[in-house]
Design a protein. Structure first.
Length: 75
């Protein structure tokens, strides 16, 4: 990363509170799946389920509950 860019990047700049362990695990899992070359929503959902990471309600991930969770986390 160029030196100038590092001065203004704050990865949590819009997050109102510290990142929770759940958010850390979810983001790490998403990065792991993207690192495998998966970049579509169905592949991401399958990857989360394959890793055994459940949705907040304890169920498998689906496109609908993933979108809802991203909206919730973005608020």
């Amino acid at each position: 990363m160029p030196e100038k860019a590092a001065h203004y990047l704050e990865p949590e700049q819009t997050h109102p509170e510290p990142i929770s362990p759940y958010e850390t695990k979810l983001s790490g899992s998403i990065m792991e799946i993207f690192g495998r070359g998966v970049h579509d929503l169905p592949g991401l959902i399958a990857g989360l389920n394959d890793l055994g990471l459940h949705a907040p309600d304890g169920q498998d991930w689906s496109e609908d509950n993933f979108r809802a969770e991203m909206r919730r986390l973005g608020d």
